[in-house]
Design a protein around this ligand. Structure first.
Ligand code: UDP
Length: 486
C-alpha cells in the first residue's frame, strides 16, 4: 500500500492501563473507519510498551493496519517490572503522575519538536496530536508544529470538571480546606452544587497546603486545557447532560464518544465475538469464566480495585471478612503487588480459607469486560475507576464503591447520589459495613438498583448505536482530523 495516508496522528496517553485501553480503542477506530487515509503513531513509555507487547494481543490486533500503525516508545529508564514503581508503594498514583509520567511527556515534547522520534526513512509529518490533558505543555508543542491538538482526558468528566474548577475553588477560598469537616458542601463547582462534599473531591484536594505540587500542576492544566482545538470525553450525552453543558461553555468542540469499549464493538467488531481484544498489561486468567459458568444467575459479586489502587493488609482482612460473612459468591481480583504492608501477621483464619473455598475464587487479573458481561455476575465491588464504572454500566451491574484516588471519589458519589445505581463506601473499610452493603446490593435492595441501572444501560446502548450521539460524534472527529476542520 502506497503512502496515501497523509494524515498522521500522534497519540500519547498517560502510561497507565485505563488511558492506554481507551487510546488504543480510539486508534483502532480511527484506523478502521478512515479507509486508509490516516496513519497513527501510538506512543507510550518503555515500561508500558514492554508490558503491552508481553501480555496483550496488541501486535496481532493492529497487524492488519500494516505501516499505518506504529507503536513507539519514550525512554523512562524503567524495566517492565519497575512499572509504576512508587505508585504501588505509597498507594497514591499522583506522585507517579507528577514525576515519571510527566518526565516521559517532557521527553516526548523534545523528540517531537526536534524530529528525533522517527528514523529518516519513516518520517511523515505529524498532522494532529491527541494527548492526555495532563500534558498541559502539548498546547505549546502543537503550536510549534502548527498542528491541531485534541485533548483526550480518559478520567470521568465529573472528575475532570472538578480539576478544571480547581483555580476557581482556590480563588473562592474552598481550597485548600480550612477546618476538618469533610462533609462540608462544596459550592464552587458549577453543576455539582447540592451533592458534592469535600470528601467527594479528587484525592489530591485533601490538602491544607497552598503549595501542594499536584494542585499547582492541575491549576496549570486547567488553564491550558481549554486551549486545545478539540476535547474528547469517554462518556455519552444522556449520562451527564447538565455537567456537559457546563463543560461545553469552556470547551465548545467537545466529542463525547463513550462508552468507548462499547462503541468499538458497534463500529469495528460487530461480529458476535465474545472475546474482547486485549490491551492488558497483566496476564489474564481466563479460567475464572468456566467457574462463573457453573454459578447461578446474578449470584456472584465481582471484586476488583483496578490496575493502580492498593490496599493494606488490614484493609484486605476487612474486605475478606466482609465478603465471607455476606454469604455471597465472589470472584476477587488480587493484582500482583496490590497488597501492601504485608509481612507481619500473614496468617489467614481458617474460617476465611473455608468460606473462600466454598463460595469464592481468587484470581490475579481477569478479562474484566467479559467477566462483567457474564450472566452470573450480580454486583461489582469496585474502586470506581472510570473505565470500570462505564464497563459496569454497559453490563448492567450495580456497584459498591470503594474509591481510592484521582477522580474515583467523584465517581462514587455520582454512582450513589446522582444515578442511584450503587452504594458509596468512601473513607470506610470495615467488615461490618462491607458485609451490610453486599447484602443490600445482592439481596434486599437488588431490584431498586437494577431498575435504575437498566435505564442507564439502555441509554449507553442507544448512544453507540447507529445514529446515536457517540456514534455520530466519532464520525465527526474522524472527519475533522482527516480534513483538518479544527
Ligand atoms: N481490568 C482488567 N482486568 C482486571 C482488572 C481491571 O482488564 O482484572 C481493566 C478494566 O477492564 C479497566 C481497567 O483495567 O478497563 C481499569 O481502568 P479503571 O479506569 O477502571 O481504573 P484504573 O486501573 O485506571 O485505576
Amino acid at each position: 500500500m502506497e503512502n496515501d495516508h497523509r494524515t498522521h496522528v500522534v497519540i500519547f496517553p498517560l502510561p497507565l492501563q485505563g488511558p492506554i485501553n481507551c487510546m488504543l480503542s480510539l486508534a483502532e477506530l480511527i484506523l478502521s473507519l478512515s479507509q486508509a487515509t490516516i496513519s497513527v503513531t501510538f506512543i507510550t513509555t518503555d515500561a508500558a510498551t514492554s508490558r503491552l507487547t508481553r501480555h496483550s494481543d496488541v501486535g496481532a490486533r493492529f497487524a492488519k493496519y500494516g505501516p499505518r500503525f506504529s507503536l513507539q516508545s519514550v525512554p523512562d529508564g524503567l524495566g517492565p517490572d519497575d512499572y509504576l514503581r512508587g505508585a504501588d508503594q505509597i498507594g497514591d498514583v499522583t506522585d507517579y503522575l507528577a514525576t515519571q509520567a510527566l518526565d516521559a511527556g517532557s521527553r516526548l515534547r523534545a523528540m517531537l519538536t526536534h524530529g528525533s522520534l522517527w528514523g529518516q526513512s519513516d518520517r511523515r509529518p505529524v498532522t494532529c496530536i491527541i494527548a492526555d490533558g495532563f500534558f498541559w505543555f502539548m498546547v505549546d508543542v502543537a503550536k510549534e508544529l502548527r498542528v491541531p491538538l485534541v485533548y483526550f482526558d480518559t478520567i470521568s468528566p465529573g472528575g475532570l470538571w472538578t480539576f478544571l474548577c480547581v483555580p476557581r475553588m482556590v480563588q473562592l477560598g474552598e481550597l485548600p480546606f480550612r477546618g476538618n469537616d469533610l462533609d462540608a458542601q462544596v459550592t464552587s463547582v458549577p453543576g455539582m452544587e447540592g451533592y458534592l462534599r469535600r470528601r467527594d473531591l479528587p484525592s489530591f484536594c485533601r490538602t491544607y497546603d497552598p503549595n501542594n505540587q499536584f494542585i499547582l500542576h492541575i491549576s496549570k492544566e486547567a488553564v491550558y486545557y481549554p486551549r486545545a482545538q478539540g476535547h474528547i470525553l469517554n462518556t455519552f450525552d444522556d449520562l451527564e447532560a447538565p455537567l456537559l453543558s457546563h463543560m461545553r461553555d469552556l470547551c465548545p468542540n467537545l466529542y463525547t464518544i463513550g462508552p468507548l469499549h462499547s462503541l468499538i464493538r458497534a463500529k469495528v467488531e460487530p461480529i458476535a465475538s465474545k472475546n474482547a481484544s486485549s490491551s492488558s498489561l497483566w496476564e489474564e486468567d481466563r479460567s475464572c469464566l468456566a467457574w462463573l459458568d457453573a454459578q447461578p444467575s446474578k449470584s456472584v459479586l465481582y471484586v476488583s480495585i483496578g490496575s493502580l489502587a492498593v490496599m493494606t493488609r488490614h484493609q484486605l482482612m476487612e474486605f475478606w471478612h466482609g465478603l465471607v460473612h455476606s454469604k455471597s459468591q465472589f470472584l476477587w481480583v488480587r493484582r500482583p503487588g496490590s497488597i501492601i504492608e504485608t509481612g507481619h501477621d500473614d496468617e489467614v483464619p481458617m474460617e476465611l480459607e473455608e468460606g473462600t473455598r466454598e463460595r469464592g475464587r481468587l484470581v490475579s487479573w481477569v478479562p474484566q469486560e467479559e467477566v462483567l458481561a457474564h450472566q452470573a455476575i450480580g454486583g461489582f465491588l469496585t474502586h470506581s475507576g472510570w473505565n470500570s464504572t462505564l464497563e459496569s454500566i454497559v453490563a448492567g451491574v450495580p456497584m459498591i464503591c470503594w474509591p481510592c484516588f484521582v477522580d474515583q471519589q467523584v465517581n462514587s458519589r455520582t454512582v450513589s447520589e446522582v444515578w442511584g445505581v450503587g452504594l458509596d463506601m468512601k473513607d470506610t473499610c470495615d467488615r461490618v459495613t462491607i458485609e451490610k452493603m453486599i447484602r443490600e446490593l445482592m439481596g434486599d435492595q437488588r431490584e431498586r438498583f437494577a431498575a435504575k441501572m437498566d435505564n442507564l444501560t439502555k441509554l449507553a446502548a442507544k448512544a453507540v448505536d447507529k445514529g446515536g450521539t457517540s456514534y455520530c460524534n466519532l464520525d465527526r472527529l474522524i472527519d475533522d482530523i482527516q480534513f483538518n476542520r479544527f
